[in-house]
Design a protein around this ligand. Structure first.
Ligand code: HEM
Length: 552
Protein backbone atom coordinates (compact mmCIF):
# COMPACT_ATOMS: atom_id res chain seq x y z
CA UNK A 1 0.00 0.00 0.00
CA UNK A 2 2.87 2.40 0.68
CA UNK A 3 4.17 2.02 -2.92
CA UNK A 4 4.64 5.22 -4.88
CA UNK A 5 3.96 5.70 -8.58
CA UNK A 6 4.69 8.38 -11.11
CA UNK A 7 1.82 9.51 -13.36
CA UNK A 8 3.65 7.80 -16.24
CA UNK A 9 3.73 4.47 -14.31
CA UNK A 10 0.00 4.61 -13.80
CA UNK A 11 -0.57 5.58 -17.44
CA UNK A 12 1.00 2.31 -18.57
CA UNK A 13 -1.74 0.35 -16.73
CA UNK A 14 -4.41 1.38 -19.16
CA UNK A 15 -5.85 -1.89 -20.50
CA UNK A 16 -8.85 -3.88 -19.37
CA UNK A 17 -6.57 -6.68 -18.13
CA UNK A 18 -4.33 -4.19 -16.32
CA UNK A 19 -6.42 -1.27 -15.12
CA UNK A 20 -5.20 1.37 -12.68
CA UNK A 21 -6.79 4.73 -11.92
CA UNK A 22 -5.91 7.73 -9.76
CA UNK A 23 -8.34 9.29 -7.31
CA UNK A 24 -7.06 12.24 -5.27
CA UNK A 25 -3.43 11.23 -5.81
CA UNK A 26 -4.02 7.66 -4.63
CA UNK A 27 -3.65 4.76 -7.04
CA UNK A 28 -6.24 1.99 -7.33
CA UNK A 29 -5.95 -1.32 -9.16
CA UNK A 30 -9.42 -2.00 -10.58
CA UNK A 31 -8.43 -4.92 -12.86
CA UNK A 32 -10.43 -7.49 -10.92
CA UNK A 33 -13.02 -5.10 -9.47
CA UNK A 34 -14.22 -3.84 -12.87
CA UNK A 35 -16.45 -6.87 -13.42
CA UNK A 36 -18.33 -6.27 -10.19
CA UNK A 37 -18.40 -2.45 -10.48
CA UNK A 38 -22.11 -1.47 -10.17
CA UNK A 39 -21.57 1.39 -12.62
CA UNK A 40 -20.23 -1.01 -15.29
CA UNK A 41 -16.74 -1.86 -16.54
CA UNK A 42 -16.69 0.20 -19.73
CA UNK A 43 -16.87 3.43 -17.78
CA UNK A 44 -13.78 2.36 -15.81
CA UNK A 45 -11.93 1.27 -18.93
CA UNK A 46 -12.45 4.74 -20.39
CA UNK A 47 -10.43 6.25 -17.52
CA UNK A 48 -7.84 3.43 -17.29
CA UNK A 49 -4.38 4.79 -16.52
CA UNK A 50 -5.77 8.29 -15.87
CA UNK A 51 -6.61 10.63 -13.05
CA UNK A 52 -10.34 9.87 -12.58
CA UNK A 53 -10.91 12.02 -9.49
CA UNK A 54 -13.43 14.29 -11.15
CA UNK A 55 -15.50 11.41 -12.53
CA UNK A 56 -15.26 9.50 -9.25
CA UNK A 57 -16.66 12.32 -7.11
CA UNK A 58 -19.40 12.96 -9.59
CA UNK A 59 -20.93 9.54 -9.00
CA UNK A 60 -19.96 8.55 -5.45
CA UNK A 61 -19.72 9.87 -1.95
CA UNK A 62 -16.85 9.36 0.47
CA UNK A 63 -18.23 6.19 2.09
CA UNK A 64 -17.29 4.27 -1.09
CA UNK A 65 -13.60 4.98 -0.64
CA UNK A 66 -13.80 4.13 3.04
CA UNK A 67 -15.28 0.78 2.16
CA UNK A 68 -13.06 -0.18 -0.80
CA UNK A 69 -9.77 1.56 -0.10
CA UNK A 70 -8.26 -1.36 1.79
CA UNK A 71 -9.16 -3.80 -0.99
CA UNK A 72 -8.26 -1.67 -4.02
CA UNK A 73 -5.68 0.99 -3.19
CA UNK A 74 -2.14 -0.09 -4.12
CA UNK A 75 -0.25 3.12 -3.44
CA UNK A 76 -0.08 6.86 -4.07
CA UNK A 77 1.48 9.24 -6.56
CA UNK A 78 5.04 10.31 -5.83
CA UNK A 79 3.77 13.89 -5.99
CA UNK A 80 1.47 13.38 -2.99
CA UNK A 81 2.77 15.14 0.12
CA UNK A 82 3.78 12.60 2.76
CA UNK A 83 1.73 13.74 5.74
CA UNK A 84 -1.06 15.19 3.67
CA UNK A 85 -3.76 12.64 4.47
CA UNK A 86 -6.44 14.64 6.23
CA UNK A 87 -8.63 12.94 8.84
CA UNK A 88 -11.73 14.00 6.96
CA UNK A 89 -12.41 12.72 3.42
CA UNK A 90 -10.56 14.50 0.65
CA UNK A 91 -12.52 17.23 -1.06
CA UNK A 92 -13.68 16.42 -4.54
CA UNK A 93 -12.28 18.62 -7.31
CA UNK A 94 -15.66 20.28 -7.46
CA UNK A 95 -15.60 20.99 -3.76
CA UNK A 96 -12.07 22.30 -4.03
CA UNK A 97 -13.26 24.76 -6.64
CA UNK A 98 -16.05 25.73 -4.28
CA UNK A 99 -13.85 26.51 -1.26
CA UNK A 100 -15.31 29.76 -0.06
CA UNK A 101 -12.97 32.70 -0.33
CA UNK A 102 -14.09 34.85 2.55
CA UNK A 103 -15.48 38.01 1.08
CA UNK A 104 -17.56 40.39 3.13
CA UNK A 105 -20.71 41.33 1.28
CA UNK A 106 -23.28 43.73 2.56
CA UNK A 107 -25.28 41.95 5.25
CA UNK A 108 -22.86 39.02 5.60
CA UNK A 109 -19.96 38.26 7.88
CA UNK A 110 -16.75 37.17 6.26
CA UNK A 111 -15.77 33.58 7.02
CA UNK A 112 -12.30 34.76 7.96
CA UNK A 113 -13.40 37.08 10.72
CA UNK A 114 -15.79 34.47 12.12
CA UNK A 115 -13.18 31.74 12.15
CA UNK A 116 -10.08 33.66 13.12
CA UNK A 117 -8.97 32.81 16.67
CA UNK A 118 -10.96 34.87 19.13
CA UNK A 119 -9.05 36.73 21.85
CA UNK A 120 -10.88 35.58 24.95
CA UNK A 121 -13.24 32.85 23.96
CA UNK A 122 -14.53 29.65 25.48
CA UNK A 123 -15.83 28.37 22.19
CA UNK A 124 -14.27 25.05 21.19
CA UNK A 125 -12.19 24.35 18.13
CA UNK A 126 -14.10 23.63 14.96
CA UNK A 127 -15.05 20.02 14.34
CA UNK A 128 -16.48 18.26 11.29
CA UNK A 129 -17.03 19.51 7.78
CA UNK A 130 -18.22 23.00 8.82
CA UNK A 131 -21.23 22.99 6.53
CA UNK A 132 -23.45 25.59 8.23
CA UNK A 133 -26.36 23.98 10.14
CA UNK A 134 -25.15 20.46 9.29
CA UNK A 135 -23.78 20.12 12.82
CA UNK A 136 -24.84 21.85 16.04
CA UNK A 137 -23.20 25.26 16.10
CA UNK A 138 -21.01 24.47 19.14
CA UNK A 139 -19.16 22.16 16.66
CA UNK A 140 -18.42 25.20 14.56
CA UNK A 141 -16.77 27.54 17.07
CA UNK A 142 -19.99 29.13 18.35
CA UNK A 143 -20.52 29.56 22.10
CA UNK A 144 -22.63 27.30 24.29
CA UNK A 145 -23.33 27.16 28.02
CA UNK A 146 -23.88 23.40 28.04
CA UNK A 147 -20.64 21.73 26.97
CA UNK A 148 -17.15 21.16 28.36
CA UNK A 149 -14.00 19.34 27.25
CA UNK A 150 -15.41 15.90 28.13
CA UNK A 151 -18.23 16.48 25.63
CA UNK A 152 -15.73 17.56 23.01
CA UNK A 153 -13.64 14.43 23.60
CA UNK A 154 -16.63 12.10 23.55
CA UNK A 155 -17.84 13.64 20.32
CA UNK A 156 -14.51 12.88 18.64
CA UNK A 157 -14.39 9.37 20.09
CA UNK A 158 -17.87 8.39 18.88
CA UNK A 159 -17.47 10.07 15.52
CA UNK A 160 -14.29 8.18 14.76
CA UNK A 161 -15.94 4.85 15.55
CA UNK A 162 -19.06 5.70 13.53
CA UNK A 163 -17.04 6.85 10.52
CA UNK A 164 -14.77 3.83 10.47
CA UNK A 165 -16.95 0.98 11.63
CA UNK A 166 -20.58 1.85 10.93
CA UNK A 167 -20.87 4.35 8.10
CA UNK A 168 -19.36 2.22 5.31
CA UNK A 169 -21.62 -0.76 6.13
CA UNK A 170 -24.92 0.78 7.07
CA UNK A 171 -26.63 0.28 3.71
CA UNK A 172 -25.61 -3.36 3.57
CA UNK A 173 -26.87 -4.00 7.12
CA UNK A 174 -30.16 -2.24 6.44
CA UNK A 175 -30.75 -4.36 3.34
CA UNK A 176 -29.84 -7.50 5.33
CA UNK A 177 -32.23 -6.29 8.07
CA UNK A 178 -29.65 -7.01 10.74
CA UNK A 179 -26.70 -5.21 12.30
CA UNK A 180 -24.02 -7.75 13.30
CA UNK A 181 -24.13 -8.74 16.98
CA UNK A 182 -20.48 -7.74 17.40
CA UNK A 183 -21.44 -4.09 16.88
CA UNK A 184 -23.95 -4.25 19.73
CA UNK A 185 -21.35 -5.91 21.91
CA UNK A 186 -18.90 -3.18 21.03
CA UNK A 187 -21.46 -0.65 22.27
CA UNK A 188 -21.22 -2.45 25.61
CA UNK A 189 -17.42 -2.75 25.55
CA UNK A 190 -17.01 0.95 24.84
CA UNK A 191 -19.26 1.78 27.82
CA UNK A 192 -21.87 3.50 25.65
CA UNK A 193 -24.74 1.20 26.64
CA UNK A 194 -24.21 1.96 30.32
CA UNK A 195 -24.38 5.67 29.55
CA UNK A 196 -27.69 5.58 27.72
CA UNK A 197 -30.17 5.01 30.52
CA UNK A 198 -31.06 8.59 31.41
CA UNK A 199 -29.40 8.28 34.84
CA UNK A 200 -25.93 8.78 36.30
CA UNK A 201 -23.44 6.28 34.90
CA UNK A 202 -24.32 2.97 36.66
CA UNK A 203 -20.70 2.13 37.49
CA UNK A 204 -21.60 -0.33 40.25
CA UNK A 205 -23.19 -2.76 37.79
CA UNK A 206 -20.45 -2.77 35.17
CA UNK A 207 -16.72 -2.55 34.77
CA UNK A 208 -17.10 -1.05 31.27
CA UNK A 209 -16.01 2.57 30.98
CA UNK A 210 -16.24 5.25 28.31
CA UNK A 211 -12.71 6.16 27.24
CA UNK A 212 -13.09 9.93 27.23
CA UNK A 213 -15.49 10.52 30.15
CA UNK A 214 -15.05 9.29 33.75
CA UNK A 215 -18.31 7.84 35.20
CA UNK A 216 -18.69 10.59 37.80
CA UNK A 217 -18.67 13.26 35.08
CA UNK A 218 -21.28 11.57 32.89
CA UNK A 219 -24.37 13.72 32.26
CA UNK A 220 -27.40 13.92 29.98
CA UNK A 221 -25.46 15.84 27.34
CA UNK A 222 -22.97 12.98 27.03
CA UNK A 223 -25.90 10.69 26.41
CA UNK A 224 -27.21 13.14 23.83
CA UNK A 225 -23.87 13.17 22.03
CA UNK A 226 -23.69 9.38 21.76
CA UNK A 227 -27.20 9.20 20.26
CA UNK A 228 -26.66 12.22 18.04
CA UNK A 229 -23.34 11.02 16.62
CA UNK A 230 -24.70 7.50 16.06
CA UNK A 231 -27.61 9.00 14.14
CA UNK A 232 -25.25 10.49 11.56
CA UNK A 233 -25.33 7.09 9.85
CA UNK A 234 -28.75 8.12 8.53
CA UNK A 235 -30.51 4.90 9.45
CA UNK A 236 -33.25 4.61 12.06
CA UNK A 237 -32.85 0.85 11.76
CA UNK A 238 -29.22 0.96 12.83
CA UNK A 239 -29.80 3.37 15.69
CA UNK A 240 -32.77 1.41 16.99
CA UNK A 241 -30.88 -1.82 16.62
CA UNK A 242 -28.20 -0.48 18.96
CA UNK A 243 -30.20 1.60 21.43
CA UNK A 244 -33.90 1.27 20.56
CA UNK A 245 -35.02 -1.57 22.81
CA UNK A 246 -32.30 -1.08 25.35
CA UNK A 247 -32.76 2.66 25.87
CA UNK A 248 -36.44 2.26 26.76
CA UNK A 249 -36.48 -1.26 28.25
CA UNK A 250 -33.46 -0.76 30.53
CA UNK A 251 -34.31 2.39 32.56
CA UNK A 252 -37.49 1.11 34.28
CA UNK A 253 -35.62 -1.98 35.48
CA UNK A 254 -32.59 -0.05 36.69
CA UNK A 255 -34.72 2.53 38.49
CA UNK A 256 -37.43 0.33 39.96
CA UNK A 257 -36.10 -3.27 39.94
CA UNK A 258 -35.18 -5.14 43.12
CA UNK A 259 -31.52 -5.18 44.11
CA UNK A 260 -31.04 -8.94 43.72
CA UNK A 261 -32.56 -8.83 40.23
CA UNK A 262 -30.32 -5.94 39.21
CA UNK A 263 -27.21 -7.66 40.50
CA UNK A 264 -28.10 -10.77 38.53
CA UNK A 265 -29.03 -9.25 35.17
CA UNK A 266 -27.54 -5.75 34.84
CA UNK A 267 -23.89 -6.67 34.22
CA UNK A 268 -24.88 -8.86 31.23
CA UNK A 269 -27.19 -6.15 29.86
CA UNK A 270 -24.68 -3.32 30.23
CA UNK A 271 -21.87 -5.29 28.64
CA UNK A 272 -23.97 -5.98 25.55
CA UNK A 273 -24.04 -9.76 26.04
CA UNK A 274 -27.79 -9.88 26.67
CA UNK A 275 -30.46 -7.71 25.14
CA UNK A 276 -33.49 -6.08 26.71
CA UNK A 277 -36.58 -4.45 25.17
CA UNK A 278 -39.76 -2.68 26.24
CA UNK A 279 -43.03 -4.52 25.62
CA UNK A 280 -46.00 -2.23 26.13
CA UNK A 281 -47.90 -1.84 22.86
CA UNK A 282 -50.46 -4.49 21.92
CA UNK A 283 -52.42 -5.19 18.75
CA UNK A 284 -55.25 -3.16 20.29
CA UNK A 285 -53.51 -0.71 22.68
CA UNK A 286 -50.85 1.80 21.67
CA UNK A 287 -50.81 5.31 23.09
CA UNK A 288 -53.89 4.15 25.03
CA UNK A 289 -51.72 2.34 27.61
CA UNK A 290 -54.41 2.18 30.30
CA UNK A 291 -56.41 -0.23 28.12
CA UNK A 292 -53.83 -2.97 27.68
CA UNK A 293 -55.01 -6.53 28.15
CA UNK A 294 -51.92 -8.77 28.48
CA UNK A 295 -52.77 -10.57 31.69
CA UNK A 296 -50.59 -11.58 34.67
CA UNK A 297 -52.35 -13.69 37.31
CA UNK A 298 -50.74 -14.33 40.65
CA UNK A 299 -50.37 -18.09 41.36
CA UNK A 300 -52.13 -19.52 44.40
CA UNK A 301 -48.90 -19.80 46.37
CA UNK A 302 -48.19 -16.12 45.59
CA UNK A 303 -44.77 -16.91 44.13
CA UNK A 304 -45.36 -16.39 40.42
CA UNK A 305 -47.35 -14.43 37.91
CA UNK A 306 -48.72 -16.44 34.99
CA UNK A 307 -48.59 -14.23 31.91
CA UNK A 308 -50.75 -14.59 28.80
CA UNK A 309 -51.14 -12.08 25.98
CA UNK A 310 -49.68 -10.45 22.88
CA UNK A 311 -47.38 -7.50 22.23
CA UNK A 312 -46.84 -5.84 18.85
CA UNK A 313 -44.26 -3.51 17.20
CA UNK A 314 -41.68 -4.29 19.89
CA UNK A 315 -38.25 -2.99 18.87
CA UNK A 316 -35.42 -5.55 19.23
CA UNK A 317 -37.85 -8.22 20.54
CA UNK A 318 -36.49 -10.99 18.31
CA UNK A 319 -33.01 -10.63 19.75
CA UNK A 320 -33.96 -10.00 23.38
CA UNK A 321 -33.48 -12.17 26.43
CA UNK A 322 -35.37 -9.73 28.68
CA UNK A 323 -38.75 -8.07 28.14
CA UNK A 324 -39.79 -5.13 30.35
CA UNK A 325 -43.48 -5.84 30.00
CA UNK A 326 -46.65 -3.95 30.90
CA UNK A 327 -49.28 -6.38 32.16
CA UNK A 328 -52.72 -6.26 33.73
CA UNK A 329 -52.59 -7.51 37.31
CA UNK A 330 -55.71 -5.74 38.55
CA UNK A 331 -58.99 -4.23 37.39
CA UNK A 332 -59.55 -2.10 34.30
CA UNK A 333 -57.85 1.23 33.70
CA UNK A 334 -54.48 2.54 34.73
CA UNK A 335 -54.66 1.35 38.33
CA UNK A 336 -54.62 -2.31 37.29
CA UNK A 337 -51.35 -2.15 35.36
CA UNK A 338 -48.00 -3.54 36.56
CA UNK A 339 -44.57 -3.95 34.98
CA UNK A 340 -42.81 -7.34 34.94
CA UNK A 341 -39.39 -8.32 33.72
CA UNK A 342 -40.07 -11.43 31.64
CA UNK A 343 -37.12 -13.61 30.66
CA UNK A 344 -37.07 -15.66 27.47
CA UNK A 345 -35.54 -18.58 29.36
CA UNK A 346 -38.74 -18.88 31.44
CA UNK A 347 -40.44 -20.59 28.49
CA UNK A 348 -43.72 -19.71 26.73
CA UNK A 349 -42.22 -16.64 24.98
CA UNK A 350 -42.45 -16.62 21.15
CA UNK A 351 -41.13 -13.81 18.95
CA UNK A 352 -41.72 -13.22 15.25
CA UNK A 353 -40.06 -10.54 13.15
CA UNK A 354 -42.51 -8.12 11.51
CA UNK A 355 -42.17 -6.66 8.02
CA UNK A 356 -42.38 -2.89 8.24
CA UNK A 357 -42.10 0.17 6.01
CA UNK A 358 -38.93 1.47 7.64
CA UNK A 359 -36.22 0.91 10.29
CA UNK A 360 -35.51 -2.43 8.65
CA UNK A 361 -32.56 -3.45 10.79
CA UNK A 362 -34.30 -2.66 14.10
CA UNK A 363 -35.97 -6.05 14.58
CA UNK A 364 -39.61 -4.97 14.97
CA UNK A 365 -41.34 -7.90 16.67
CA UNK A 366 -44.67 -9.57 17.41
CA UNK A 367 -44.57 -11.37 20.77
CA UNK A 368 -46.83 -13.96 22.32
CA UNK A 369 -46.69 -14.93 25.99
CA UNK A 370 -48.31 -18.28 26.75
CA UNK A 371 -48.52 -19.33 30.40
CA UNK A 372 -45.13 -17.74 31.15
CA UNK A 373 -44.26 -18.34 34.81
CA UNK A 374 -42.63 -15.14 36.13
CA UNK A 375 -41.29 -15.05 39.73
CA UNK A 376 -42.69 -12.19 41.83
CA UNK A 377 -39.09 -11.04 42.34
CA UNK A 378 -39.28 -9.81 38.73
CA UNK A 379 -41.98 -7.25 39.52
CA UNK A 380 -40.67 -3.77 38.56
CA UNK A 381 -42.03 -1.18 41.00
CA UNK A 382 -45.21 -2.02 42.90
CA UNK A 383 -48.16 -4.16 41.87
CA UNK A 384 -50.87 -2.15 40.09
CA UNK A 385 -48.66 0.94 40.12
CA UNK A 386 -46.93 0.22 36.84
CA UNK A 387 -48.61 3.12 35.09
CA UNK A 388 -46.33 5.56 36.90
CA UNK A 389 -43.25 3.49 35.94
CA UNK A 390 -44.37 3.64 32.30
CA UNK A 391 -45.20 7.35 32.37
CA UNK A 392 -41.88 8.39 33.93
CA UNK A 393 -40.12 6.43 31.20
CA UNK A 394 -41.73 8.42 28.40
CA UNK A 395 -39.64 11.58 28.76
CA UNK A 396 -36.43 9.63 28.22
CA UNK A 397 -37.88 7.69 25.30
CA UNK A 398 -39.17 10.83 23.61
CA UNK A 399 -35.95 12.78 24.11
CA UNK A 400 -34.16 9.88 22.41
CA UNK A 401 -36.56 10.08 19.47
CA UNK A 402 -36.11 13.86 19.29
CA UNK A 403 -32.30 13.64 19.23
CA UNK A 404 -32.48 11.13 16.39
CA UNK A 405 -35.05 13.10 14.39
CA UNK A 406 -33.10 16.34 14.63
CA UNK A 407 -29.89 14.62 13.49
CA UNK A 408 -31.70 12.75 10.71
CA UNK A 409 -33.04 16.11 9.56
CA UNK A 410 -29.48 17.44 9.56
CA UNK A 411 -28.33 14.41 7.57
CA UNK A 412 -30.99 15.10 4.92
CA UNK A 413 -29.93 18.73 4.86
CA UNK A 414 -26.16 18.03 4.81
CA UNK A 415 -26.45 15.45 2.05
CA UNK A 416 -28.52 17.95 0.06
CA UNK A 417 -26.04 20.81 0.50
CA UNK A 418 -23.12 18.64 -0.58
CA UNK A 419 -24.97 17.18 -3.54
CA UNK A 420 -26.26 20.60 -4.58
CA UNK A 421 -22.65 21.75 -4.92
CA UNK A 422 -21.75 19.07 -7.44
CA UNK A 423 -24.90 18.35 -9.43
CA UNK A 424 -25.53 20.62 -12.41
CA UNK A 425 -28.87 21.15 -14.14
CA UNK A 426 -29.53 23.57 -16.99
CA UNK A 427 -25.87 24.61 -16.90
CA UNK A 428 -25.91 25.64 -13.24
CA UNK A 429 -25.14 23.83 -10.02
CA UNK A 430 -28.23 23.12 -7.96
CA UNK A 431 -26.96 25.44 -5.24
CA UNK A 432 -27.08 28.30 -7.74
CA UNK A 433 -30.83 27.83 -8.25
CA UNK A 434 -32.79 30.03 -5.78
CA UNK A 435 -35.52 27.41 -5.51
CA UNK A 436 -33.01 24.91 -4.11
CA UNK A 437 -31.57 27.44 -1.66
CA UNK A 438 -35.08 28.15 -0.44
CA UNK A 439 -35.55 24.46 0.33
CA UNK A 440 -32.28 24.40 2.27
CA UNK A 441 -33.23 27.53 4.19
CA UNK A 442 -36.57 26.07 5.27
CA UNK A 443 -34.82 22.90 6.38
CA UNK A 444 -32.16 24.74 8.35
CA UNK A 445 -34.53 27.05 10.25
CA UNK A 446 -36.62 24.13 11.48
CA UNK A 447 -33.57 22.08 12.42
CA UNK A 448 -32.03 24.87 14.47
CA UNK A 449 -35.30 25.78 16.21
CA UNK A 450 -35.83 22.14 17.19
CA UNK A 451 -32.25 21.59 18.28
CA UNK A 452 -32.06 24.64 20.48
CA UNK A 453 -35.30 23.76 22.26
CA UNK A 454 -33.95 20.24 22.68
CA UNK A 455 -30.75 21.43 24.36
CA UNK A 456 -32.80 23.53 26.74
CA UNK A 457 -35.11 20.65 27.66
CA UNK A 458 -32.20 18.27 28.18
CA UNK A 459 -30.71 20.83 30.53
CA UNK A 460 -34.03 21.05 32.40
CA UNK A 461 -34.16 17.22 32.67
CA UNK A 462 -30.72 17.26 34.15
CA UNK A 463 -31.65 19.83 36.80
CA UNK A 464 -35.01 18.32 37.84
CA UNK A 465 -35.91 15.13 39.67
CA UNK A 466 -37.74 12.48 37.70
CA UNK A 467 -41.24 13.24 38.96
CA UNK A 468 -40.84 17.02 38.61
CA UNK A 469 -39.54 16.44 35.08
CA UNK A 470 -42.48 14.18 34.26
CA UNK A 471 -44.95 16.85 35.37
CA UNK A 472 -43.23 20.04 34.25
CA UNK A 473 -41.49 18.85 31.10
CA UNK A 474 -43.89 16.17 29.88
CA UNK A 475 -45.92 18.69 27.84
CA UNK A 476 -42.95 20.47 26.31
CA UNK A 477 -41.16 17.23 25.46
CA UNK A 478 -44.33 15.90 23.82
CA UNK A 479 -44.58 19.09 21.81
CA UNK A 480 -40.93 18.93 20.77
CA UNK A 481 -41.40 15.31 19.76
CA UNK A 482 -44.07 16.44 17.31
CA UNK A 483 -41.93 19.39 16.22
CA UNK A 484 -38.93 17.13 15.55
CA UNK A 485 -40.87 14.49 13.62
CA UNK A 486 -42.57 17.07 11.41
CA UNK A 487 -39.16 18.68 10.84
CA UNK A 488 -37.74 15.29 9.94
CA UNK A 489 -40.60 14.56 7.56
CA UNK A 490 -40.17 17.95 5.90
CA UNK A 491 -36.40 17.54 5.52
CA UNK A 492 -36.68 13.99 4.17
CA UNK A 493 -39.16 15.16 1.57
CA UNK A 494 -37.17 18.21 0.49
CA UNK A 495 -33.90 16.26 0.36
CA UNK A 496 -35.61 13.66 -1.74
CA UNK A 497 -36.77 16.32 -4.19
CA UNK A 498 -33.23 17.70 -4.39
CA UNK A 499 -31.72 14.27 -5.02
CA UNK A 500 -34.41 13.33 -7.54
CA UNK A 501 -34.06 9.81 -8.93
CA UNK A 502 -31.02 9.10 -6.76
CA UNK A 503 -33.21 9.05 -3.66
CA UNK A 504 -35.87 6.94 -5.35
CA UNK A 505 -33.54 4.01 -5.99
CA UNK A 506 -31.84 2.34 -3.03
CA UNK A 507 -28.09 2.56 -2.35
CA UNK A 508 -25.55 4.90 -3.94
CA UNK A 509 -25.35 8.63 -3.35
CA UNK A 510 -28.98 9.01 -2.35
CA UNK A 511 -28.92 6.01 0.05
CA UNK A 512 -29.26 7.96 3.28
CA UNK A 513 -32.07 10.14 1.99
CA UNK A 514 -34.01 7.22 0.50
CA UNK A 515 -33.69 5.23 3.72
CA UNK A 516 -34.59 8.10 6.02
CA UNK A 517 -37.64 8.94 3.92
CA UNK A 518 -38.82 5.40 4.57
CA UNK A 519 -38.01 5.67 8.28
CA UNK A 520 -40.10 8.81 8.93
CA UNK A 521 -43.30 7.08 10.05
CA UNK A 522 -41.33 4.96 12.53
CA UNK A 523 -40.70 8.22 14.39
CA UNK A 524 -43.95 10.10 13.79
CA UNK A 525 -46.14 7.27 15.14
CA UNK A 526 -44.49 5.37 18.05
CA UNK A 527 -43.59 6.89 21.41
CA UNK A 528 -46.83 8.91 21.08
CA UNK A 529 -48.17 9.93 17.67
CA UNK A 530 -47.96 13.57 16.59
CA UNK A 531 -51.66 14.07 17.25
CA UNK A 532 -51.52 12.64 20.76
CA UNK A 533 -48.31 14.58 21.51
CA UNK A 534 -49.66 17.94 20.46
CA UNK A 535 -52.89 17.53 22.38
CA UNK A 536 -51.01 16.32 25.47
CA UNK A 537 -48.56 19.21 25.23
CA UNK A 538 -51.24 21.82 25.80
CA UNK A 539 -53.32 19.87 28.31
CA UNK A 540 -50.27 19.04 30.43
CA UNK A 541 -48.78 22.52 30.27
CA UNK A 542 -52.08 24.14 31.27
CA UNK A 543 -52.54 21.71 34.15
CA UNK A 544 -49.04 22.32 35.51
CA UNK A 545 -49.18 26.08 35.07
CA UNK A 546 -52.53 26.23 36.81
CA UNK A 547 -50.81 24.61 39.78
CA UNK A 548 -47.97 27.12 39.44
CA UNK A 549 -50.48 29.98 39.73
CA UNK A 550 -51.30 30.82 36.11
CA UNK A 551 -53.50 33.93 35.78
CA UNK A 552 -55.92 34.07 32.87
C1 HEM B 1 -12.08 3.14 -6.51
C2 HEM B 1 -12.84 3.09 -7.60
C3 HEM B 1 -14.32 2.86 -7.61
C4 HEM B 1 -15.10 2.16 -6.76
C5 HEM B 1 -14.68 1.39 -5.51
C6 HEM B 1 -16.48 2.26 -7.23
C7 HEM B 1 -17.57 1.69 -6.61
C8 HEM B 1 -18.89 1.90 -6.97
C9 HEM B 1 -20.04 1.44 -6.24
C10 HEM B 1 -20.01 0.64 -4.93
C11 HEM B 1 -21.14 1.85 -6.91
C12 HEM B 1 -22.61 1.61 -6.50
C13 HEM B 1 -23.24 2.89 -6.09
C14 HEM B 1 -22.77 3.44 -4.79
O1 HEM B 1 -22.85 2.72 -3.77
O2 HEM B 1 -22.37 4.64 -4.76
C15 HEM B 1 -20.70 2.55 -8.08
C16 HEM B 1 -21.53 3.13 -9.01
C17 HEM B 1 -21.09 3.85 -10.10
N1 HEM B 1 -19.80 4.15 -10.43
FE1 HEM B 1 -18.15 3.57 -9.41
N2 HEM B 1 -16.49 3.03 -8.37
C18 HEM B 1 -15.20 3.42 -8.63
C19 HEM B 1 -14.78 4.22 -9.67
C20 HEM B 1 -15.60 4.79 -10.61
C21 HEM B 1 -15.16 5.67 -11.66
C22 HEM B 1 -13.71 6.13 -11.87
C23 HEM B 1 -16.27 5.99 -12.39
C24 HEM B 1 -16.40 6.89 -13.59
C25 HEM B 1 -15.45 7.03 -14.48
C26 HEM B 1 -17.40 5.33 -11.78
C27 HEM B 1 -18.72 5.42 -12.21
C28 HEM B 1 -19.81 4.90 -11.58
C29 HEM B 1 -21.18 5.09 -12.02
C30 HEM B 1 -21.65 5.86 -13.25
C31 HEM B 1 -21.97 4.43 -11.09
C32 HEM B 1 -23.50 4.36 -11.10
C33 HEM B 1 -24.01 5.53 -10.32
C34 HEM B 1 -25.51 5.54 -10.13
O3 HEM B 1 -26.13 4.48 -9.97
O4 HEM B 1 -26.05 6.65 -10.12
N3 HEM B 1 -16.95 4.60 -10.71
N4 HEM B 1 -19.33 2.58 -8.09
Amino acid sequence: MSKTFSKADVASHNKSDNLYIIVDEDVYDLTKFQDEHPGGKKILQRVAGKDASKQFWKYHNDSILKKYRKQLQIGSLDSKPKEATPPTPPASPQEKEDKVQPVAESGTISAKSALSPPQESEAFDTFGDLVPYADPNWYQSYHSPYFNQTHVDLRAEVREWVEEKLMPNVTEWDEARKVPDEIYQEMGERGYLAGLLGVHYPAKYTDKRVKSVPPEKWDHFHEMIVTDELSRVGSGGLVWSLIGGYGIGGPPVLKHGKKALLQRIMPGILSGEKRICLAITEPDAGSDVANLTCEAKLSEDGKHYIVNGEKKWITNGVWSEYFTTAVRTGGSGMNGVSVLLIERSMGGVSTRKMDCQGVWSSGTTYITFEDVKVPVENLIGKENQGFKVIMTNFNHERIGIIIQCVRFSRVCYEESVKYAHKRKTFGKRLIDHPVIRLKLAHMARQIEASYNWMENLIYQCQQMGEVEAMLKLGGAIASLKAQSTTTFEFCAREASQIFGGLSYSRGGQGAKVERLYRDVRAYAIPGGSEEIMLDLSIRQALRVHKALGMKL
